[in-house]
Design a protein around this ligand. Structure first.
Ligand SMILES: [Zn+2]
Length: 376
């Protein structure tokens, strides 16, 4: 990981580089910041910089033997520990080493990782991951040896707040007085949850939110947005790269939902049955989660348009397109049909949840709408 691959954080990068040139690298450091601040990426880039054989003033060279291994996260002196749990593949005694391939893949693809995303990727989304006794023992063993190739060896512990008390007790002494040339880099998103004895043995590095300019530049490069949309997204992200991506993706999905909703309502109003059957077929292609999301979106649209019909309050629209549509559409959502429409959507949602036949569910819904939308 090069420093320049990390969004913003220029002041912190400068400070970290300074510790290397001043030769005052602390043996246990705790990088604390939101998941989308770049805290994990910074810890890795810092380790790479310390090991780089051809350090530049502001970054690692990216080409030396050490950098090449670091870029793939396979340097023999670079170790990781992170929260895990049992999966279909690892049925008991899960430790970080069981999942190192998945870890390398995710981090090298994109060095901003959310805890949920990690669990989903491992297929343990219903369980909490943790760093347990077995991982602590593995860390102890790895730290016994001298560095193989570099001047230092590194143990990067992602989310030390997921370390249980047994594991923490095993590691206390090691973190307090590590063997020579050993660095512990802990990366946390919630300092309050870290076991106090661990916390007190580390030097704190606060990773601030990404500055607005850097976030803005990243978003305009990554997405095809208007200047105003980029500005709004920058502000909503509050300096968190993962949050910015999430908001953007949700917005995209909602636009798709909106287009689908409009199409269904238009076809229902015009009573175009053949096209409605095609529409239902298309809906089947979405996964169940997407289908539920769509039905939820429909309910939201119905609610907002009913409010508009009754002129109960001013509605804040996500986009101008939605506003234009609703000026007309709201006339079709009245006290005579609003409840039936709502119930029809509820029923469809419940059938989807109970694994009903999706084609029948959406066809049924579309046909109901041909009647309901005209009962004004
Ligand atoms: Zn290098």
């Amino acid at each position: 990981m090069l420093f320049k691959e990390i969004i913003g954080q220029n002041e912190l990068k400068r400070q970290l580089i300074q510790t290397v040139s001043d030769k005052r690298i602390s043996h246990a450091q705790l990088f604390v910041g939101s998941e989308g601040s770049g805290n994990l990426a910074l810890a890795i880039a810092y380790a790479q910089y310390i090991c780089c054989q051809n350090k530049q003033d502001d970054d690692s060279c990216g080409h030396c033997k050490s950098c090449i291994k670091f870029q793939k996260l396979v340097h023999p002196d670079l170790h990781f520990a992170f929260p895990v749990n049992t999966t279909g593949k690892i049925k008991k005694d899960a430790i970080s080493d069981n999942f190192i391939a998945e870890w390398r893949k995710l981090i090298t693809d994109f060095p901003y990782l959310g805890e949920r995303t990690w669990y989903e990727y491992l297929g343990i989304e219903n369980k909490q991951g943790n760093i347990g006794k077995l991982d602590a023992e593995a860390i102890q063993q790895k730290m016994i040896f001298k560095p193989f190739e570099a001047d230092y060896k590194f143990m990067i512990i992602w989310l030390p707040e997921r370390m249980n008390a047994t594991a923490a007790n095993k590691l206390l002494k090691l973190i307090e007085e590590p063997p020579a040339n050993t660095l512990f880099l802990l990366v946390s998103k919630n300092i309050d949850q870290i076991i106090k004895t661990i916390l007190s043995r580390t030097q704190l590095i606060r990773v601030p939110p990404v500055d607005e300019q850097s976030m803005h530049d990243m978003l305009s490069e990554k997405y095809d947005l208007s200047p105003n949309e980029t500005k709004v997204l920058t502000r909503l992200s509050a300096g968190d790269v993962l949050k910015a991506i999430k908001i953007h993706d949700r917005h995209e999905t909602e636009q798709d939902f909106f287009d689908n909703f409009k199409l269904m309502m238009r076809l229902a109003y015009e009573q175009k049955f053949v096209e409605l059957l095609d529409w239902a077929e298309d809906m089947v292609k979405l996964g169940r989660e997407q289908q539920k999301g769509f039905l939820y979106f429909c309910q939201q649209m119905i609610r907002e348009n009913f409010i508009m019909n009754r002129k109960m309050q001013n509605i804040v629209y996500a986009t101008d397109k939605e506003k234009d549509f609703s000026q007309k559409f709201s006339q079709s959502i009245t006290p005579k049909n609003v409840e039936s429409i709502y119930l029809a959507l509820n029923l469809a949602m419940s059938h989807i949840e109970h694994n009903g036949n999706q084609k029948i569910i959406f066809t049924d819904l579309a046909i109901k709408f041909t009647q309901l939308i005209r009962k004004i």
